[in-house]
Design a protein around this ligand. Sequence first.
Ligand code: RFL
Ligand code: PHB
Length: 389
Amino acid sequence: MKTQVVIIGGGPSGLLLSQLLHVRGIDSVVLERKTKGYVLSRIRAGVLERGLLGLMREAGVAGRMEREGFAHDGTLISYGDEMFRIDFQEHTGESVMVYGQTEVTRDLYEARETANGKIVFEVDAVTIHYAKTDTPYVTYTAGGEDHRIDCDFIAGCDGFHGVSRQTIPVDQRREYEKVYPFGWLGILSETPPVNHELIYANSPRGFALCSMRNENLSRYYIQCSLSDKPEDWSDAAFWQELKRRIPADQADRLVTGPSIEKSIAPLRSFVTEPMQWGRLFLCGDAAHIVPPTGAKGLNTAASDVHYLYNGLRQYYETGDPAGIDSYSQKALARVWKAERFSWWFSSLMHRYPDQSEFDLKMQVAELEFLRSNEAAQKAMAENYVGLPY
Ligand code: RFL
Ligand code: PHB
């Protein structure tokens, strides 16, 4: 088989890239290790930046998102019983969109299928060959048979545990990592959200987040210990702990119900450099991870897709490789800013095991500064709605 771009990974990055290339007449094949059902069962991101919305429109897949998504003009931050609002519209003239990653992925699968796009599920042993030459190819097994696809370029969109990053020899990449000493326990429940905007809560018992997917689907998170297991937490224990971490008036209004999903995510900051090796390009979680505080993971994956898609388009339309040659440098410049914001917001909102009394005073001072200072709020709002591409 032959195609222009082999895309490894059928998560949001790989599907979005494939659909954008299709709109410009560029051919791709997506290789996905799992089934479509499995990919769609992963509950992850919920907040989309304007840049991702623009890409969804350009890819021709924004219809349902525009109808069913919720524009949010601000967010709430609480500490103890204090709560204040960061107004995105006032400070940036922009909003974010609450629309689940599952829905983004579903819309992309539907568009790829309508266009007869080639997606191979349940692939195994994906191997990248000769990425440093002009004639790379990818081999894999599917349905018990060996396959080979010759191509011009390979996009590694296979997430943090994929093969693409590992293909780059260790002496030719550098990895930067920070592992946080806690996780997030998240639940999804068919209950109305406690508030119409998200609440990020810093409490003496640890961080909590009140988020949502729609008017009758809530997503809540609490900071938990890394040794906790989801089955250690009954629904009743989760609700009780959440109520203790958010302001009392919110806790009184909270509607509880059975969870329909419960999982724990560890928190990590991670970047690999460079994001290009010959004709292999890394996109999204394959190249970087942020802690979820601030909702930058999927959005940063989307900005990578933007740079790669435009580079490939320039190459195929004009023969000019300038865009693909500068991919890593452009993508990383934005990645590091998203890393900084996610690290800063995580540090501001969580309880750390080794935090001193002084460190706690610093958190409160910073929260009070943010609450009262226009410039600090503007900086927060600009980062939250997404820095320009
Ligand atoms: P994905 O989604 O991990 O998809 C990678 C795909 O590659 C497949 N794969 C392979 N396929 C073929 N061969 C191999 N060898 C393969 N190895 C892996 C996998 O099966 C998978 O289908 O990466 P992608 O596309 O880069 O997308 C990244 C996002 O999923 C991620 O950044 C976000 O979910 C992070 N995130 C959030 N991001 C936001 O922008 N806003 C949010 O509100 C937000 N909330 C979150 C989050 C992540 C969370 N968790 C669980 C990590 C909340 C949570 C709790
Ligand atoms: C979510 O709704 O899953 C979500 C929202 C905001 C975040 C992280 C996760 O910062």
